[in-house]
Design a protein around this ligand. Sequence first.
Ligand SMILES: NC(=O)c1ccc[n+]([C@@H]2O[C@H](COP(=O)([O-])OP(=O)(O)OC[C@H]3O[C@@H](n4cnc5c(N)ncnc54)[C@H](O)[C@@H]3O)[C@@H](O)[C@H]2O)c1
Length: 328
Amino acid sequence: MSRCLVTGGAGFIGSHLTEELLAAGHHVTVLDNLSTGRADNLKGLGGHPRLTIRTGSITDQMLLAEVVRDADSIYHLAAAVGVKLVADDPVRTIETNIYPTEALLQLAVQGGGKPFFLASTSEVYGKNPKEQWTEEDDLHLGPTSRPRWAYGCSKAIDEFLALAYFRKHGLPVVIARFFNVVGPRQVGHYGMVIPRFVDQALSGGPVIVYDDGGQVRCFAHVREVVASIMSLMGTPAAQGQVFNIGSDKPWSIRQLAEAVIAKVDPAVRIEHLPYSQAYGDDFEDVRRRVPDVSRLKQTIGSTPQLGLESILDDIIAWKRSQIASAAG
Ligand SMILES: NC(=O)c1ccc[n+]([C@@H]2O[C@H](COP(=O)([O-])OP(=O)(O)OC[C@H]3O[C@@H](n4cnc5c(N)ncnc54)[C@H](O)[C@@H]3O)[C@@H](O)[C@H]2O)c1
C-alpha cells in the first residue's frame, strides 16, 4: 500500500485510474483544477477514507510541492487536452503541458526518486506516414504556424524531460503514448469523437463527420488502458521507456459513425463538414493513426483487446443512464 498522487484525477482517464488505485489498496491524492475534468467523475468515491481531493492547478508551485511531499509515486495526467481546446488556446497548452511537468520531475527527484508516470500521446508522431507507429519512429510534426501541433510538441518536450531525468538522476519514469482512449465519463466538448457521435445520435442526429470520414483511428477502453498503466508502473523493466498504449484494430471515422448509428437509431443521418468549418482554416489532420503495441505486450504480457462494438455498448449505456438521471 502506498500513497499515489494523480494529477488530472478528476478527468476522464484520471478518475478511472484513481478508482483502480484505491481498489488496489493505495491512498490517492487527486490534484485537479476542474478545467476539463469534473467533480462528478469522482462522485462514486465520495467520502472514500483513502482519497484526498485537492482542487487547484499544477501551475501552483507551492501546492505542487505539498502534494508531492506527501506522495510515494506520481501519475501525471493533468494537461490541456483535446484537438479543439489546443487549437483554440495554444498559450494555455504550452503553459500547462510543459513547465509543471518539469517542476514535478524536479520535486520527484528532490523527494528521493519517486516513481513517475507520464501521460503522453500518439499526437507526438504527428503526420508520420507509416502504417503502424513504433516508439522509435521519427516524429513528423507540422509547422509552428499551425497551433494544432503545439499539443504534440508540448508532450514530446515532456517526454524529453522525463527521459533526461531518468538518465541524469535515475528517476524511475514510465512514459505512455495513449491512442484514442474511450469509455464512460469521456465528454465531447473538446473534440473527442465517440462522445460527440453518441450525443448526436442520441439526440436524433445528424452525426457530423469531419472531412470524408476516411481518417483511421484505433479505440481502446479506458479500463484496459488503466490496467496497462498500473502493470507498467509495477514492472521495473518499464522504467526509462516509452510505450504505445492502445488498441491496434483500425477503424475509419465513417465506419465508426455507422456503428454508432446502427446501435442507437438506424434512422439517424450522417453529414460531412469540412475541417475548415470545424477547426478553422489552418487546421491539419492526421490521416492514419495505428500503434504497434509489441513493446507493451513484451513488457507486461498484454495489450487492450476489447472490440469497438463492446466499447460502444458500454459508452451508450452510460450516456443513456446519464440522460435518465438528468431527467429525474
Ligand atoms: N483520452 C485520450 O484519448 C488521450 C489520448 C492521448 C493522451 N491523453 C492524455 O491523457 C491525459 C488525461 O486525458 P483525459 O482524456 O483524461 O482528459 P481530461 O481532460 O478528462 O483530463 C485532464 C485533466 O487534467 C485537469 N487539468 C487540466 N489543466 C490542469 C491544471 N492546470 N491543473 C490541474 N489539473 C488540470 C483537467 O481538469 C482534467 O481533469 C492527458 O495528459 C492527455 O494529454 C489522452
